[in-house]
Design a protein around this ligand. Structure first.
Ligand code: I22
Ligand code: ZN
Length: 198
């Protein structure tokens, strides 16, 4: 396959997955949006975590809450647990890399807060430990996963929401995760500030 064909194949596969997953994922995204609205309306906050590309997604989401997405509105309380290098390195150094998110959740999480946990495989142990810590703090978990949901899927409770992208390629799953994140930001903009600009 030529480079041009490879590029076009990536575009085609990405677009095709987004369209084929739309109807399956929409109800789960809607439910996750309700949880976020409910939590933020009660002055709770959103913590987010993930590794690699999913760490970038966690930060992307929190920056769109703290700063803005598309509407002029007040900043919303969100913290990506992937950004404090002092906390991350000391937790990994003194305890274990598995604890880097859980420890921060123990320190920062309160009942009613939300954890956005992102893992394309559902197998990242630090994300799994983070979900357990969030449950211990009586937080609700919104999990962005892929494949068969990995070890994360069976951990989730009835109150949690799993948005599982029906694909097995990490990059393709990440591309849909970003679309889901933008849908959630849009639901927050419109749900919290419906009277502002259209
Ligand atoms: O961005 C990519 C691949 O597209 C990688 O950095 C990827 O995020 C990393 O390998 C992660 O460690 C994968 O973790 P997970 O999605 O399975 O939880
Ligand atoms: Zn990537």
């Amino acid at each position: 396959m030529s480079s041009r064909e490879r590029i076009e194949q990536h575009f085609f596969n990405s677009a095709q997955l987004k369209l084929s997953a739309m109807k399956t994922l929409a109800p789960y995204i809607e439910r996750a949006g309700h949880h976020l609205l409910e939590s933020l309306r009660h002055r709770h906050k959103v913590l987010s975590c993930g590794n690699g590309g999913s760490a970038a997604d966690a930060q992307h989401f929190s920056s769109e809450l703290v700063n803005r997405f598309e509407r002029e509105r007040p900043g919303l309380p969100a913290i990506a647990l992937t950004t404090d290098s002092s906390a991350l390195t000391s937790i990994a150094n003194d305890y274990h890399y598995d604890n880097v998110f859980a420890r921060q959740i123990e320190a920062l999480g309160n009942a009613g807060d939300i954890l956005l946990a992102i893992s394309t495989s559902g197998h990242s142990t630090n994300v799994i430990c983070g979900i357990k810590a969030a449950h211990d703090c009586e937080m609700t978990v919104i999990a962005l996963t892929g494949g068969d949901g990995g070890k994360i899927a069976p951990l989730l409770t009835e109150r949690d929401v799993e948005i599982r992208v029906p694909a097995h390629n990490t990059a393709r799953i990440q591309e849909v995760h970003l679309l889901v994140i933008h849908c959630l930001c849009d639901l927050l903009d419109h749900g919290l500030y419906p009277e502002k600009n259209p």
